[in-house]
Write a protein that binds this ligand. Structure first.
Ligand code: CP3
Length: 368
């Protein structure tokens, strides 16, 4: 597949609910928009049905199935945004690494990177249209099937998070193999991070060309780094990605809001709020008001209810949401969880969360 094989997205249905996009830009809204990380996931029986017996990455490579899985949560809940069903690990795959999703174990690389010499067999220059065109097709198809209901979010893993998977070969508590590279091979680490950033920029631009209306960058493994390592090995690449994507979009007369979610990196909040992203996503370990103070009104904020609060009864969820919305304020705010939904969560309680955000925020905005 090449860029020209893509259905050039000129004829998308008109967007009816742009609350999420307005909040991302800090504009006024009638209610606080809300979506959930991992909203397309195993907590939904219809999702489990579609995924049953099928390989995870085969599913990612089927645009029709990705489209269906993306739309499922929107049929149930009045969410204000959709996020394309895919995975961050499709990028290492595009660079030539083999990854499987093993039941009960999660993502597993057949041959993780061990030493700097291993970088030689990585694909540094990736034709994203050829290797990741299936994601772009899923985005274009979903954008049509959404019928303008809500905006569609595209996403990527950030360089450090992807690097850590490529070296660890899967999930890890200490990330010690990946961190060993940072301390022992800083030059090779920067080489790998730069290689990843280059692919990510093209990948994000391809997603916008295909129809993505916002982009989220997941730095899920930020919290394992100390402040100095974050400043050296994560932040510069996060900034570089947003800058390059925005410059290239500007040349094409386009502008798409970008969200950075660096989990557990509150030490980096001030820096993240000055990193070319419109929105900073937050995990639940930071208090909404202090996040506001530390980001000084420079960005919109997204988050940050503890996903486990969804185990509470509905009335309690409503109280927690009310405090959270009051803490962030209704302007420049996108409600979300502080991380993804877990498979054992009740769809009904997810509905209660979404409803509580709309209900409380509408009242607060009216009273202003
Ligand atoms: C670290 C990471 C990954 N993938 C992702 C991240 C960053 C966000 C985060 O910090 O959680 C991002 C991701 N993965 C998935 C999405 C889809 C969109 C959404 O609904 O949010 C998104 C945005 C689908 C998925 N990706 C995965 C699932 C579950 C497996 C399945 O569907 O069979 C889904 C719905 C698998 C996955 N993919 C990954 C892991 C560690 C796992 C296994 C853990 C688990 O089993 O939940 C890597």
């Amino acid at each position: 597949m090449s860029k020209n094989d893509l259905i050039i997205p000129m004829d998308f249905p008109k967007l009816k609910n742009d609350t999420f996009l307005r909040a991302a830009r800090g504009e006024e809204t009638e209610h606080v928009p809300v979506w959930c990380m991992r909203q397309a996931g195993r907590y939904l029986p219809e999702f489990r049905e579609w995924r049953e017996g099928k390989d995870f990455f085969d599913t990612c490579r089927s645009p029709e199935v990705c489209c269906e899985l993306t739309l499922q949560p929107l049929r149930r809940f009045p969410l204000d945004a959709a996020i394309i069903f895919s995975d961050i690990l499709v990028v290492p795959q595009a660079m030539g690494m083999k990854v499987q999703m093993l039941t009960g174990k999660g993502p597993t690389f057949t041959e993780p990177l061990k030493e700097p010499e291993d970088l030689e067999w990585l694909q540094a220059k990736v034709d994203v249209y050829k290797e990741l065109g299936y994601v772009f097709k899923a985005i274009t198809l979903t954008r049509h099937k959404l019928e303008g209901k809500v905006p569609l979010i595209g996403f990527t893993g950030a360089p450090w998070t992807l690097m850590s998977y490529m070296i660890e070969g899967g999930g890890s508590v200490t990330q010690s193999k990946a961190k060993r590279w940072l301390y022992r091979y800083p030059e090779a680490s920067h080489m790998l991070l730069k290689m990843l950033a280059d692919v990510i920029v093209e990948y994000l631009l391809g997603q916008v060309t295909a129809g993505a209306q916002a982009l989220q960058v997941f730095e899920s493994h930020a919290g394992i780094l100390g402040p100095a390592e974050f400043k050296e090995f994560s932040l510069p690449y996060l900034r570089d990605i947003a800058r390059r994507v925005k410059d290239r979009l500007k040349e094409a007369g386009q502008d798409v809001p970008m969200i950075v979610f660096a989990k557990d990196a509150h030490y980096g909040l001030e820096d993240l709020s000055q990193s070319n992203y419109e929105v900073v996503g937050l995990d639940w370990t930071i208090d909404p008001q202090s996040a506001r103070e530390r980001t000084g009104g420079k960005v919109s904020l997204q988050g940050n209810m503890d996903p486990c609060a969804l185990y509470a009864p509905k009335e309690r969820i409503s109280d927690i949401v009310k405090k959270m919305v009051a803490g962030f304020g209704t302007r420049g705010y996108i409600a979300n969880l502080g991380h993804g939904l877990y498979p054992d969560m009740e769809p009904e309680n997810v509905g209660a969360f979404v409803e509580a955000v709309h209900q409380h925020s509408k009242l607060m905005i009216k009273q202003m």
